[in-house]
Design a binder for this molecule. Structure first.
Ligand SMILES: [Zn+2]
Length: 222
């Protein structure tokens, strides 16, 4: 069994957003309750889409575990890649405690909030019944694309009752100019923790960076 010892190592594990220090810091879509913005999906859902572009690539869905007592301790399930996964072990040990892996959807967006010039942000959504991802799936099965139009996106509710309403507008008359926008690499946006460090990541000491974790509270459990 691998153990992470020493405060420095533990802090390093907790502070690492991803295990690639070259990756730019992710900007997340953050809306207030009732706030409505214009968004454009930068990643299509399928390579067969007429608007699929390999440089923009596809949205991803990732199986993740979350410590049921601390939503900030969330990481990718490694059962397939590493053959071992601390989250899966916890789910087996305590089947009712909420450790089982859940799928999450990640995509890049161009956000126009009417305040600053349009910017790229990542949006992550669970796939539960209330998830706005169902709207996207339905729309793309009808039209084949989600990236060739502006959507209105409105946040409703707070905390675990947060939902997002997506309303499509008319498809673009002219092709959208993607050139000013650099997207995040979604595979680096998700948090991958090696098995050896998972136990201390999920169960370790209190987060040392109180300030940065407080600022992420609006980004929880959508
Ligand atoms: Zn797992």
């Amino acid at each position: 069994m691998s153990i992470v010892k020493g405060l420095k190592t533990i802090e390093a594990v907790m502070n690492k957003k991803t295990y690639d220090s070259d990756a730019p810091k992710t900007r997340w879509l953050r809306l207030e309750e009732g706030q409505s913005v214009k968004i454009r999906f930068a990643n299509e859902l399928d390579e067969d889409s007429p608007n699929y572009d390999s440089t923009r690539d596809l949205a991803i869905v990732v199986a993740e575990h979350t410590n049921p007592n601390d939503y900030k301790r969330k990481a990718v399930c490694t059962a397939e890649d590493e053959g071992r996964c601390f989250g899966c072990e916890m789910a087996q040990k305590e089947p009712k405690a909420g450790w089982r892996a859940r799928n999450r959807f990640y995509t890049n967006l161009i956000v126009d909030d009417g305040m600053e010039s349009p910017y790229v942000a990542v949006w992550s959504q669970g796939l539960g019944k209330q998830s706005a991802v169902h709207t996207l799936l339905e729309y793309t099965s009808d039209t084949g694309s989600i990236s060739n139009l502006t959507w209105k996106c409105k946040r409703q509710g707070t905390g675990t009752d947060t939902t997002y309403v997506l309303l499509p507008t008319a498809p673009d008359a002219e092709p959208f100019d993607w050139s000013p926008h650099e997207l995040f690499n979604l595979e680096k946006v998700v948090r991958e923790v090696p098995y050896a460090e998972q136990e201390s990541f999920y169960l370790g000491f209190d987060l040392p960076t109180a300030a940065s974790s407080a600022s992420s509270t609006t980004n929880i459990n959508w």
